[in-house]
Design a protein around this ligand. Structure first.
Ligand code: AMP
Ligand code: MG
Length: 400
């Protein structure tokens, strides 16, 4: 049995990017940038005014107040064509080109305007000017790839004049739920059948991580049926199954997928929930066999499927970030499996978080998981911990 960390690094090493494609800027949110784009325009593109006021030559107002004659106007999109000479000023607005000859903008609050003259009451050489390229110049690298694009990145790429971008392809992730007892939500069922929570939850998770879920439905605990779905799923970028990976007589995924070319890299990890987790390659396609219990399946999705999908999108596939929280209740010593305890979070006055384990830790209880905020991470062999001690937690927000 390998550790969670070993499993994560085997998955990281065993998966590479699924390739790139071109998308329009307007479709780029949440996609992973594949190539660092260089600015095609400077920002600002010209030296402009940062305020509404008057463009002047500061040396013309050696002592205040000083009076200048207003010779024209420079507005955004409508530059003043002439030059500011000694004794002159140009009315200017935010974003307008600084006229030739001017070196300073005096804000309108600091002047008195009277017809074609303006009296300057305060001046500071070089104030209220945004020099060309203050933010970035032509040819500057705007972002470092790979990077998942957020709205502010989209804004920057727009400002750098990039209507098209090279991003990693959204990986196609096949999702197969297994089990004679499983039917999809809303389907007719008999009294011995249950509804698949895992298929829809995993599809939602794949979507949230930027992949394209291909939900192949529910397959019976039947070797032939499982082998043929394995064949069908191979053309995707990643295959994810749930259920059928334990050691029972009805756990046929490993054997049936083996007939379709599965090479298993590991098949048991020292964690709870989720001991039976399988990773391998179905010929060239990576495959993750998740346990059937919904909490196990989803905690394993957070720890292993998420990084796998990141990896396919050119990212490092790092494990989700843990952060410290204060225990809200005593916890027992941990055994030989890393434990991920469902917990609720509350924020303390000083900004710190308290994580209180919930009572229901059974791995079938998706209701308990859905109403939790975080997982308290209990390392292998961790001693008992008291209320008030600091422990690492994994936040569930956004993802699970
Ligand atoms: P298995 O790993 O196939 O032995 O399944 C372990 C437990 O998870 C069993 O109680 C299954 O009924 C349950 N289970 C398996 N697949 C799903 C699913 N897609 N949705 C909800 N529960 C499931
Ligand atoms: Mg089963």
């Amino acid at each position: 049995m390998i550790s969670v960390e070993q499993a994560q690094s085997l998955i990281q090493d065993g998966i590479s990017s699924a390739g790139t494609e071109t998308v329009s800027l307007s479709n780029s949110l949440n996609r992973v940038l594949a190539e660092a784009p260089a600015a095609r325009i400077a920002h600002p593109a010209n030296t402009v005014s940062a305020m509404d006021g008057y463009a002047i030559r500061a040396e013309n107002v050696a002592t205040v107040p000083g009076t200048l004659s207003v010779i024209g106007e420079s507005a955004a999109g409508h530059p003043f064509k002439g030059k500011v000479e000694d004794g002159q000023a140009v009315r200017i607005f935010t974003g307008a080109h600084l006229p030739a000859g001017a070196d300073t903008v005096v804000i309108q609050e600091d002047v008195d305007r009277d017809g074609d003259t303006v009296t300057i009451n305060e001046v500071e050489l070089g104030r209220h000017i945004r020099p060309k390229g203050q933010d970035f110049s032509v040819g500057d690298n705007l972002l470092i790839a790979p990077l998942r694009l957020s709205p502010r990145h989209v804004g920057l790429l727009a400002a750098g004049d990039h209507p098209w971008l090279q991003v990693y392809r959204r990986p196609r992730v096949a999702i197969v739920s297994t089990g004679d007892e499983i039917v999809l939500p809303g389907e007719p069922r008999n009294s011995s059948q249950i509804v698949s929570a895992n298929g829809p939850a995993l599809a939602a998770f794949v979507n949230a991580k930027g992949g394209v879920p291909i939900h192949l439905g529910v397959v019976k605990d039947d070797e032939d049926a499982l082998s043929s779905i394995a064949e069908a799923a191979k053309s995707c970028d990643l295959v994810v199954t749930s259920g059928g990976v334990s050691v029972g007589d009805r756990d046929l995924v490993r054997k049936a997928f083996g007939e379709a070319g599965l090479n298993v890299e590991f098949h048991k990890i020292a964690m709870r929930p989720g001991k039976p987790l399988m990773f391998g390659h179905l010929e060239d396609t990576p495959m993750l066999g998740l346990p059937g219990n919904p909490v196990s399946a989803l905690v394993c999705a957070l720890l292993f499927l998420g990084p796998a999908i990141d990896r396919l999108q050119g990212l490092s596939g790092a494990s989700p970030q843990q952060r410290p929280a204060i225990l809200g209740a005593d916890v027992k010593a941990n055994g030989g499996r890393e434990d991920y305890m469902r917990a609720v979070l509350s924020q303390n006055e000083d900004g710190s978080l308290t994580a209180t384990p919930i009572f229901a830790q059974d791995s079938s209880m998706i209701g308990a998981l859905a109403n939790s905020d975080a997982l308290i991470v209990r390392p292998v062999g961790a001693p008992a911990a008291k209320i008030g001690e600091t422990v690492p937690v994994l936040s569930l927000d956004g993802l699970l």
